[in-house]
Design a protein around this ligand. Structure first.
Ligand code: SF4
Length: 295
């Protein structure tokens, strides 16, 4: 069991700036969920969240947790706002790259991003189509977009994430490593895909094999961070349980009304923390019961 859990110190925050995706990755809950309307967080709400995050030593602020940030009509306005607030090298972009264009590529500057990660499951057109759930005619252009970005912005740290559990994962990763080997600013990562606390169940994601009796926490991010050190903030400005709460079942508090500290020290948040870290019985309705990372 963990002795000291300082949940009042957020280190990373995933901010859901928009609510829809232009892909259907077989390893993502988006692919097994009814198409959602692209609700977009207003700039005022985004600024409020940034101001609240600035009260803490935040290392990274991600556009979205699921969904595609390049379909956010306010994306450039958000980056401008981040610059206006003096936030440097903290934004993190996760994208499938399909909608990248010259306009965005030329807009980005060297202090905007901590890193940019592209979700690229395969270098092959047909395989990409199956894994990303996007028509293969977009494959060539997407690779060109990503390559163009990487070549133009050589000062940015790029990651390529290769997802989707299957016998092909290692081969796909090696091929992508080979493809990007000429680029010094690119790291290719094989990322394991899991069931997102019960939100998706198929052959491309790992399922938990534990039998939850007494819990000792969760370590989905890394060994140093605890629950709420990494925040998930919904497009409605709500702090949610964690980034695996795809269906937004567990709202912890409202950033339109309260500070991060007030929310993380609330009775509700302490109660959930006590359940996950084994001081109380886990509520049977908590998504954690189906989570790969529960210990
Ligand atoms: S145990 Fe719960 S809080 Fe921890 S990673 Fe899993 S779903 Fe998130």
């Amino acid at each position: 069991m963990v002795d000291v859990i300082d949940i009042t110190k957020p280190i990373f925050a995933d901010v859901e700036v928009n609510r829809a995706c232009n892909a259907n990755c077989v390893y993502c809950p988006v692919s097994v969920t009814k198409k959602r309307k692209n609700e977009v967080m207003s700039l005022e709400e985004y600024e409020n969240i940034l101001q609240r995050l600035l009260q803490h030593e935040i290392a990274g602020i991600t556009f979205n947790s699921y969904n595609e940030p390049l379909i956010d009509p306010l994306l450039k306005n958000r980056i401008s706002l981040v610059r206006k607030l003096g936030i440097k090298n903290k934004l993190i972009l996760f994208s499938n790259g399909i909608l990248l264009n010259e306009d965005i590529i030329n807009f980005v500057n060297d202090t905007d991003f901590l890193n940019i990660t592209f979700n690229l499951p395969s270098i092959h057109e047909k395989e990409w189509e199956v894994l990303l759930g996007v028509d293969k005619r977009f494959h060539k252009k997407t690779l060109e977009n990503i390559d163009n970005f990487i070549e133009t912005q050589e000062y940015i740290n790029f990651n390529i994430s290769v997802h989707g559990e299957s016998t092909t994962l290692t081969r796909r990763t090696q091929e992508i490593e080979q493809y990007y080997s000429p680029f010094e600013n690119v790291v290719v990562r094989q990322v394991f895909s899991h069931n997102r606390a019960g939100s998706i169940n198929n052959d491309y994601v790992l399922q938990p094999n534990h039998n939850v009796k007494k819990t000792g926490g969760c370590d989905w991010w890394d060994k140093e961070t605890r629950l709420f050190n990494h925040l998930l903030i919904s497009y409605k400005s709500k702090i949610l349980l964690c980034s695996h709460d795809f269906h937004q079942k567990h709202e912890i508090g409202d950033l339109k009304k309260h500070s991060i500290e007030e929310i993380l020290l609330s009775e509700k948040s302490i109660d959930i923390r006590n359940q996950i870290y084994g001081k109380k019985t886990l509520d049977k309705n908590l998504i954690c019961n189906n989570c790969f990372f529960l210990r």
